[in-house]
Design a protein around this ligand. Structure first.
Ligand SMILES: [Zn+2]
Length: 249
């Protein structure tokens, strides 16, 4: 029997990224499993990726940015992302962005949308140690904590205590590339059920296909799992190994 008064409102997940393709490449499995489980998913991406090495047939940075915006939308659609937003920050320049402004922008969104779970990169900058990934990690970490603090940005709405902050981390490294210093994982996600769709979402990033061609075989062997680290919760607790980002929520 369904009783409307006791029906739970869906959980909300926010994923904060730096470049179009991070959403599928790093977080795709988590986003799709969440959507399958009825969680409302949102992706906020800081830049339109104009500084990418692979440039498709774009004649200028602005044109590549426009292409990558469309690719981002297509990828989010394939992954059933409920809301997506691509901001106007400059690719490869996030370390010079105004920290307080970037964090405040996320605080406002976390308070307004009352997210339960927040995903982002770790401080290592992910597999390719990109400084933008590190900065997104810093902005999002500050915003997760500051959204819950009445002392920070009181003008940006009532405080909201999100329940979990996770960093994406890795259990393998790119061959022949400088290795990151990744956080140990606490969550192992079996994403094999959505693995094919993850590749499909990556395929929507047409301008980045040379990258995929280069690493496809390597990824295919490893794409069935994503690993995350629980880094903040409102309850004091020992670290524990789980297989679900929403355990206990
Ligand atoms: Zn990236």
């Amino acid at each position: 029997m369904t009783d409307a008064t006791t029906e739970k409102t869906p959980l909300k997940l926010l994923c904060v990224t730096a470049h179009p393709d991070d959403e599928c490449f790093a977080f795709g499995g988590a986003l799709m499993l969440a959507a399958k489980a009825g969680v409302e998913t949102s992706v906020i991406c800081f830049t339109d990726g104009q500084a990418a090495t692979n440039r498709g047939d774009a004649a200028s940075g602005a044109e590549l940015g426009r292409m990558r915006r469309e690719e981002f939308v297509a990828s989010c659609k394939i992954m059933d992302v409920t809301h997506h937003e691509l901001l106007d920050y400059q690719d490869a320049q996030l370390e010079f962005a105004d920290f307080s402004k970037a964090a405040a922008m996320l605080v406002e969104r976390i308070r307004r949308e009352k997210y339960d779970v927040v995903l982002t990169f770790g401080g290592d900058g992910a597999m390719n140690t990109h400084a933008d990934h590190t900065m997104v990690s810093c902005f999002t970490t500050a915003a997760f904590h500051w959204a819950a603090s009445p002392k920070r940005f009181p003008e940006l709405g009532p405080v909201h205590v999100a329940r979990r902050l996770y960093y994406n981390t890795t259990h393998f490294f790119f061959p022949g590339r400088p290795a990151p210093l990744p956080a140990p994982w606490t969550v192992t996600l079996d994403v094999s059920s959505v693995q094919e769709r993850k590749f499909e979402a990556f395929g929507a990033h047409t301008s980045q296909l040379p990258l995929m061609d280069k690493f496809k075989g390597f990824f295919e062997k490893r794409a069935g799992q994503e690993v995350y680290t629980l880094v903040a919760t409102p309850e004091p607790r020992p670290a524990e190994l789980t297989t679900d980002l929403f355990a206990g929520l």
